[in-house]
Design a protein around this ligand. Structure first.
Ligand SMILES: C[S@@+](CC[C@H](N)C(=O)[O-])C[C@H]1O[C@@H](n2cnc3c(N)ncnc32)[C@H](O)[C@@H]1O
Length: 266
């Protein structure tokens, strides 16, 4: 299947596959229940939206006929190719609807831990998913939901406000409630079969500072030209969250939004 990368997707890449492996290897591991909800079949063609470094995509590939992995980050797609995902492409989820992949060829679209990064226009993303799917195709995913990582988000907002920066302008996350996302799905041609917010206390592989360095890049962008101040912000966010440490291990309170939807119209 041929695909091209439109110029509009070639943006600054904030993702680092090295940092992801070091600080966030729990993300694909904890994606197993979403894969189970998808229930991929041996004859199915599946699109993995926001596939990242491909660790979970590899598991998906074992269970179906073919997988196309797409992600907005060139670094992550390169990492996915390095572990053997051949059909991997740099595409922003917002551009999916105009892409040649959006031709009703997929049995299912799968997405783990990625949709909440597609904040600019979540409806547009779902429209793209719809166009990729055959009639009756499934959209199964998990992303951050209402009140996800609230303690780290609040600590980052406080650190930025203290420095005279409006955190709302750099907060990259869309964490919808079940009501909000049900509406987005229903307005864009889906029937919601299942949707749930799942609180999940999550053990980190490193600490809050490692997590912030990996996922907090948008909040930290105002300090890109001042590495010392950037590090001070990271340290301050962690210092404000020492209560989240237990016996040397660091935790964040994740809230996942997990759903399964079926395409019922274009
Ligand atoms: C936390 S990672 C999850 C990766 C993978 N699905 C997993 O379970 O390990 C989030 C991914 O979403 C991707 N992403 C963020 N914004 C995106 C966008 N607008 N379109 C497509 N992918 C995007 C990032 O590049 C990153 O690889």
């Amino acid at each position: 299947m041929a695909t091209s990368t439109p110029a509009s997707t070639q943006k600054k890449d904030d993702w680092s596959s090295q940092k992801y492996v070091k600080n966030a290897s729990f993300v694909p591991v904890l994606g197993a229940p979403v894969l189970q909800l998808l229930d991929p079949q041996p004859d199915e063609h599946i699109l993995d939206l926001g596939a990242g470094d491909g660790v979970l995509t590899v598991e998906l590939e074992k269970k179906c006929k073919s997988v196309v992995a797409v992600d907005a980050s060139a670094a992550m797609i390169e990492a996915a190719r390095e572990i053997g995902i051949k059909n991997a492409h740099v595409i922003d989820g917002h551009d999916l609807a105009e892409h040649e992949l959006a031709n009703g060829q997929f049995d299912a679209v799968f997405s783990n831990a990625a949709l909440h990064w597609m904040k600019k226009d979540p409806s547009r993303v779902v429209q793209g998913v719809n166009k990729c799917l055959k009639p009756g195709g499934r959209f199964v995913g998990e992303c951050g939901g209402h009140m996800n990582v609230a303690e780290v988000r609040a600590s980052m907002h406080a650190a930025l406000k203290k420095r005279g920066i409006n955190p709302e302008e750099v907060d990259p996350w869309y964490f919808p409630s079940t009501k909000t996302y049900t509406q987005v799905l229903e307005e864009n041609g889906f029937r919601v079969d299942y949707i749930e917010l799942i609180p999940r206390l999550t053990l980190l592989t490193t600490d809050i500072a490692g997590w912030t360095d990996t996922f907090g890049f948008s909040f930290l962008r105002p300090f890109d030209s001042d590495p010392a101040e950037r590090q001070r912000v990271i340290d301050e966010v962690q210092e404000n969250l020492t209560f989240s440490q237990d016996h040397g291990a660091w935790y964040i309170m994740y809230v996942r939004l997990r759903f399964k939807a079926t395409k019922i119209r274009d």
